[in-house]
Design a binder for this molecule. Sequence first.
Ligand SMILES: *[C@@H]1O[C@H](CO)[C@@H](O)[C@H](O)[C@H]1NC(C)=O
Length: 231
Amino acid sequence: MVKWETSLFTKIILMLSLAVVALASRNGDFHYFYFVQQWLGSYCDQRGEKCCYPPTGKPGPEFSIYGFWPYYNDGSFPYNCGGGNFDEALLKPMQDRLRKEWPSFTCPQIGRKFWVHEWNKHGTCSKSVLGEVAYFQAALSLKNRVNILQALTRAGIHPNNRLYPLKSVKKAIARATGFHPWVVCNRNSQGVSQIWQVSVCVNKSGTKLINCPFVPKGPGDCESRIKFPSF
Ligand SMILES: *[C@@H]1O[C@H](CO)[C@@H](O)[C@H](O)[C@H]1NC(C)=O
């Protein structure tokens, strides 16, 4: 009898602590980041969407930062965690680099509001680790280190409107970065699957590339041969 009570008591305690752990892990305590870059040639040539260039005009043919997103190990992610009041003045010293590396191409142009949006939606959820300045700096520093276009062109994969095997694209990026990427495709107006977003995973400090604990599947899945549009 006593034995039974003890085990029930233990079970209840165990369940309570699991609940507490689960709650804590939902409360901004993320596990890793996706560092997401996009190919504008595909963003600007996708079915049913338009892109608008920033006031500085059409950028050069490069991948640009799309997002830096805290994630949970199970592939879900926190968002809009609040409490991280965005202070635009803090980004002044890196504004030129942000304009170049993390531009927005939505229509109408939202310009700097893209950064406010990214901070509010994603950055606030990793603020236990990276404050506003550190968050944007971490993304810029990753952009320097993860050169997708270089990785691809070194493997003979060029933005020339040709189709390339998805496998070769992934392999080229893995060879250059040391880690497997998550490649997301969209479709152009002819319905052709094309390379749009390339993500690598980054440890919780936002500094070190890691193998992705989870690679989401879904509408962004690529065909086995994908187009690399010119831009
Ligand atoms: C992330 O990697 C850096 C560099 O290796 C390391 O110093 C840091 O402790 C790591 N952070 C976590 C949370 O593992």
